[in-house]
Write a protein that binds this ligand. Structure first.
Ligand SMILES: Cc1cc2nc3c(=O)[nH]c(=O)nc-3n(C[C@H](O)[C@H](O)[C@H](O)COP(=O)(O)OP(=O)(O)OC[C@H]3O[C@@H](n4cnc5c(N)ncnc54)[C@H](O)[C@@H]3O)c2cc1C
Length: 431
């Protein structure tokens, strides 16, 4: 029998392969990069450890905890109470801003509070059609104007009305009016939201997790980029010309990349769906810096349009990631796919950090740039229909899709673990 081929050795592909191996199903993982782990890789340089971009673990399911314990990862994680803030017009206030406006400038605080109260009083129960309407109805025009619209436009490089509501429920908590009023007056400091606490390795970076899974994958082939795929004849080709046939193909590589590699003739509907997929890249500027971190926060959100970054983190505030007396900075910028000068964007970000007192340029010891592409799927109005068409087309041809970018969704590492498990079950049952 031909083996199961798993395209991509990120967390999803690794977990799927590990589970298949446990069940006695031979699987080969083909990973294009020289290291496994995908977006959860970390790199080391001159005593500093940098994740490809900020990666914190939020574990909500007992199944995940059990799995991480089996891998020997769970006991190596420390638990942290989130310290995150939002910076608007130079004023810093705790995250989530909707229940913590007390740190903002008085006129901004007034806008946010009045807007929320007016929206709350209106509460007509109408169904919002897009993200713009949803924010206005739920949070009011002040919070919309000062935070939700500029922040999300900067991150997704899309207008609020172009975004659907398919992603918002889980990630944006709805406050009660008492919480908003107390938050404007500085009367409470409750941390709410889906990530009020998180776990992170006590030492080393987030790669601890994929590395622990990779150790248990019997046939992991690194540096094997898939360049061509023939669905009808069930073979794929690697850079260098090697050809492999499959019994079952489990793909965790990004949907647009997979479709770009297909040699089969594609129906018009599939080509159209493929072309309509939208996403952004993330440029992560990682700095190893001498001296104390300029902030005790784990990370800061920056909605202001004139700043190039949307988030700045200080990962050494939650992990042992820098030599004694030094710290790390992780700066995230959202870029359109395939465009823009990465170096120039990183330089602009560094200048802005210096200008805003977050970086002393003479203390920078290590500087690394990483581009994650794709990084965030843009949930525009055509996404849902396009993904349904593509899933049906690939599913009918025996391709199992699993993971954040293969399923073209928004998800976290815990989801990748669960996706890998589900995909392994699906593959095992189909044989
Ligand atoms: C900016 C950002 C921040 C995030 N922050 C968090 C966080 O704080 N907490 C959290 O839980 N999650 C976070 N995530 C999500 C997390 O990274 C993902 O859920 C998880 O890594 C998905 O794993 P995956 O295996 O599905 O995909 P990937 O990690 O992308 O794995 C796919 C693999 O396929 C390989 N590949 C691609 N093309 C080919 C090819 N042609 N041939 C062979 N191999 C190929 C890639 O090299 C990669 O290794 C974040 C993601 C991003 C982008």
């Amino acid at each position: 029998m031909r083996p199961v081929l798993i395209a991509g050795g990120g967390l999803t592909g690794l977990v799927a392969a590990e589970r298949l191996a446990r069940g006695g199903t031979p699987a080969v993982v083909l990973e294009g990069q020289a290291e496994a782990g995908g977006a959860c890789r970390s790199l080391e340089a001159e005593g500093y450890t940098f994740d490809h971009t900020g990666h914190l673990l939020h574990v909500q399911r007992a199944e995940t905890e059990t799995y991480l314990a089996e891998l020997g990862v769970w006991e190596r994680l420390a638990i942290h109470d989130r310290r995150a803030s939002v910076v608007i017009g130079g004023h810093t206030t705790p995250y989530p801003v909707q229940i913590h406006t007390h740190g903002l400038a008085p006129e901004v605080r007034r806008d946010c509070l009045l807007g929320f109260i007016r929206a709350w009083a209106r509460d007509g129960g109408s169904e919002p059609a897009d993200f713009r309407e949803w924010v206005l109805e739920r949070f009011g025009d002040g919070l919309a104007r000062h935070f939700f619209f500029p922040y999300n436009s900067k991150l997704y490089r899309a207008e609020p009305e172009d975004l659907s509501l398919d992603w918002v429920g889980r990630y944006v908590p709805k406050p009660k009016i008492e919480e908003v009023v107390d938050g404007a007056l500085g009367l409470h400091d409750a941390a709410v939201g889906y990530n009020a606490t998180f776990r992170y390795p006590r030492s080393g970076g987030i790669r601890l997790l994929p590395d622990a899974v990779a150790e248990r994958v019997p046939d992991l082939r690194l540096g094997r980029e898939i360049v061509r795929i023939h669905l009808r004849e069930k073979w794929l080709e690697l850079a260098g010309g090697e050809r492999l046939e499959w019994e079952c193909l489990l793909s965790t590589i990004a949907l647009p990349t997979l479709l770009d590699r297909l040699l089969d003739e594609l129906p018009e509907e599939v080509t159209h769906a493929h072309r309509s997929l939208r996403w952004v890249r993330v440029l992560n500027l990682a700095l190893g810096v001498e001296g104390e971190a300029p902030s005790a926060e784990h990370w800061l959100y920056f909605p202001d349009e004139e700043l190039p970054y949307y988030r700045v983190g200080f990962p050494s505030n939650h992990g042992n990631l820098a030599p004694a007396g030094c710290h790390t900075v992780s700066v995230e910028l959202s870029l359109d796919p395939g465009s823009g000068d990465v170096e120039a964007s990183a330089d602009a970000a560094e200048r802005a950090l210096v200008e805003h007192g977050l970086l002393d340029p003479t203390s920078v010891r290590v500087r690394r740039l990483t581009v994650i592409d794709p990084a965030y799927v843009v949930f525009d109005h055509s996404r849902r229909g396009a993904v349904a068409v593509l899933r049906r087309f690939l599913g009918d041809r025996g391709v199992v899709l699993a993971g954040r970018w293969a399923e073209w969704k928004y998800s976290a590492m815990e989801d990748a673990v669960l996706d890998g498990m589900r995909a392994a079950r699906q593959v095992a049952e189909s044989r």
